[in-house]
Design a protein around this ligand. Structure first.
Ligand SMILES: Cc1cc2nc3c(=O)[nH]c(=O)nc-3n(C[C@H](O)[C@H](O)[C@H](O)COP(=O)(O)OP(=O)(O)OC[C@H]3O[C@@H](n4cnc5c(N)ncnc54)[C@H](O)[C@@H]3O)c2cc1C
Length: 435
């Protein structure tokens, strides 16, 4: 497949699509063609929507998930697959932004979230290639070591099991050159994200949730005390609606001004040989680095090496990306020799105004969750649980760890998106001179 890794459609050669379960729901996925009545309609079949549906159905509510395309068509089926703890921003920054009490609640929820994902996977035997070998946050410069040490101190205060390892130890664990040390998070791991998303769909369905794919919600109107959601061939009457469309919102237009879309792309090589494996991530950790234009490295279950970075890969720039990847992997893992690429794809991150996920009350009976800012595997899983607890009156808005109604309109968000994209492309070009 090498040389034809990019076929002109941005998800055609997404590795996760090619290695997902053939029929995760054990039924033909079906689009909505009738009128149904439910307690809660969830719009969007990614981690947020499916975790919300699973938890609500477990509490006994009648739930339907409406997905415009297929399960995991958005960010949930395109990401790096690291079950990271906490947010990009420091825990103390979260406390400053939200106030001590709210900030501490959110930090605790998100720092423990990888453990919740692991519990869910084990409890339901979700087959998603999950391994918990720890993740490594690599220091790309000497100065970044101090940042990582501060991060370790702040995360450890919340009970995270995070260790700073020095340059030699980081090299032994990764065989990656050019790094000055790393934070090893013993509670985090990696998974095949689309399989995990399919697993969430399956457990939601087992608890009684109805899942409809190829069923974009075209509009939502109020009719007496109910909400009516219209799709091309059906209708859903619901008491409550949860919008979980994040950066992939189509047809509806509730949140577009509330996040900046940020692309992140990945390339996957052919499976490494046994000998190559000895020189590349021998302990099978998921890694990302502290560079401003971040890079990520991980192996999949068949020992393909995945390299990721900020920026959008598409037909016009695919060969440039491949050239950049050759440079980066040549410098980072020089013993690997020439590598052939099988897959390349990208996804959109919804970056909120403060890098904190946002829960919004759009209307009395409509909630929206969005803006994980690149930290949404564990984050969206626990957000779904929180939303279900709120909708079943087990938690009030004041009890929620998720900040409620704090989202802000981001001025010039499309222009910002263009600037981030240009900045990342320029940075990749300059990597040939600098890194
Ligand atoms: C490339 C990339 C790498 C990432 N890496 C990581 C990582 O390693 N670790 C981590 O924790 N996080 C990571 N993230 C973030 C994480 O993937 C997201 O935060 C998470 O997947 C968001 O899930 P979601 O369900 O909210 O949204 P999505 O998965 O985007 O789902 C939204 C769904 O809504 C559907 N939809 C939209 N409009 C409609 C409509 N009108 N009707 C019906 N359905 C509709 C879409 O089709 C889509 O399937 C990454 C993100 C990207 C893009």
């Amino acid at each position: 497949m090498s040389g034809t890794f990019y076929a002109g459609n941005d998800v055609l050669n997404n590795l996760w699509q090619q290695t997902k379960h053939a029929n995760p729901l054990n039924v033909e996925s079906q689009s909505l063609t009738t009128e149904i009545d439910v307690d809660v309609a969830v719009v969007g079949g990614g981690f947020s929507g499916l975790s919300t549906a699973y938890h609500l159905a477990e509490y006994g509510l009648k739930v339907a998930v409406l997905e415009a395309a297929e399960i995991g068509a958005g960010a949930s089926g395109r990401n790096v697959g690291l079950t990271n703890a906490g947010l990009w921003i420091m825990p103390e920054k979260t406390e400053q932004l939200l106030g001590a009490s709210q900030g501490q609640k959110l930090n605790q929820l998100l720092i423990d979230a990888p453990l919740y994902v692991e519990q869910l996977i084990n409890r339901h035997n979700i087959d998603c290639d999950f391994t918990r070998n720890g993740t490594l946050h690599l220091a790309h410069s000497k100065a970044a070591v101090n940042y990582l040490l501060a991060r370790q101190r702040q995360l450890t205060a919340y009970g995270a099991k995070i260790e700073f390892i020095d340059r030699d130890c980081a090299y032994q664990k990764t065989r990656a050159k050019g790094y000055y040390g790393a934070l090893l998070d013993h509670r985090a791991g990696k998974l095949q994200p689309l399989k995990y998303c399919q697993g969430l769909a399956q457990i939601a369905q087992r608890c009684g949730a109805k899942i409809y794919t190829d069923s974009a919600v075209l509009d939502i109107v109020k009719n007496n005390n109910q909400l009516v959601l219209t799709t091309a061939a059906g209708k859903v009457k619901a008491d409550k609606v949860v919008l979980a469309t994040n950066a992939y919102e189509t047809h509806l237009n509730y949140a577009k001004a509330l996040y900046t879309p940020l692309h992140y792309s990945q390339l996957a090589t052919e499976p490494l040989t046994k000998m190559q494996r000895e020189h590349c991530l021998p302990e099978d950790n998921g890694c990302w680095d502290s560079g401003l234009v971040m890079r990520s490295f991980r192996l999949d279950s068949e020992s393909r090496l995945l390299l990721g970075t900020v920026g959008n890969i598409h037909r016009q720039n695919a060969s440039g990306f491949k050239y950049w990847a050759k440079h980066v992997l040549g410098k980072t893992f020089p013993e690997l020799g020439t590598l052939k690429y099988q897959y390349a794809w990208s996804g959109k991150i919804a970056k909120s105004h403060n890098n904190i996920p946002q829960l919004l009350q759009i209307d009395n009976n409509i909630l929206q969750i969005m803006g994980y800012s690149g930290r949404g595997i564990a984050g969206a899983t626990v957000a779904g649980k929180e939303i279900a607890e709120y909708l079943t009156d087990q938690k009030s808005s004041a009890d929620l760890a998720l900040p409620f109604n704090q989202a802000k309109i981001i001025s010039f968000n499309q222009l910002r998106a263009t600037v981030y994209e240009l900045g990342s492309q320029i940075s990749h070009l300059s990597d040939h001179l600098i890194r």
